[in-house]
Design a protein around this ligand. Structure first.
Ligand SMILES: [Zn+2]
Length: 232
């Protein structure tokens, strides 16, 4: 992935699956929260909507903050590793050449050839060779915390909007049926897209995400029904 969306989750699973996972989060967490509040006998229509909107905003910001911190600290670690590597290359170039050659030998290259490859790599781009082959880091363009944060928040929001809109459009008494229905349909759809993108069996992907979503909504509904609240 070159200058597209940079994101550590994206690097691991591809941008489509990262978007699907973020949207799943938004659907499951916000639907569960809405169903939990709506299941409480005393909850009003505005109370249910307020809870949904707050869950959407809070969830999106939490995703953004979490992703920002995670990608930034990853970038700090990589920068520190590279600085240490650059200092070693400066201080002991011969030892670093031998180190590189040893890495290629371990990967199956014959010793004389490994030595030649290491020497040519050192002459061409010593730090780049050590970054890839010793530290195992991909391109330096890998970490953009702001972009990663925005991507996560957007993916979550796209998922979270559906249950909030559903709750706003159906009557108060239908929320506990309509929101789970819409949420499970969307989760099934996204499960199929995610499985397809990852080359995994579609039926299994759909079953897993819809079962877990249904479980989350059942738990919060049970909690909501058990709450002795009135006039939320
Ligand atoms: Zn090295």
């Amino acid at each position: 992935m070159s200058d597209a969306i940079e994101h550590h989750l994206v690097h691991r699973v591809g941008w489509l699956r990262a978007a699907v996972l973020g949207a799943n989060d938004g659907i499951i967490s916000v639907s569960s929260l809405i169903v939990g509040v709506a299941a409480a006998p005393g909850a009003s229509a505005p109370g249910v909507l307020l809870a949904g909107a707050a869950a959407l905003a809070g969830g999106a910001l939490s995703m953004a903050a979490g992703e920002y911190v995670s990608v930034s600290s990853q970038a700090d670690t990589e920068r520190a590793d590279l600085a240490r590597e650059a200092a070693e290359l400066e201080r002991a170039p011969a030892a670093e050449t031998a180190e590189l050659a040893a890495i290629y030998v371990r990967r199956g290259v014959e010793a004389g050839l490994a030595r030649q490859v290491a020497e040519q790599m050192m002459a061409h781009d010593a730090l780049g060779a050590h970054r890839r082959d010793e530290l195992g880091l991909a391109d330096e363009s890998g970490s953009r915390p702001g972009q990663a944060a925005l991507f996560s928040a957007l993916a979550f929001t796209v998922g979270a909007v559906a249950p909030v809109l559903t709750a706003a459009l159906v009557g108060r008494e239908r929320v506990t049926q309509a929101v789970p229905l819409v949420a499970l349909l969307l989760l099934a759809l996204l499960g199929a897209v995610g499985a397809r993108a990852g080359g995994a069996p579609i039926g299994r992907g759909v079953a897993r995400v819809t079962l877990l979503g249904a479980l989350a909504m059942s738990v919060t509904a049970a909690i909501g029904r058990a709450m002795p609240v009135g006039g939320v």
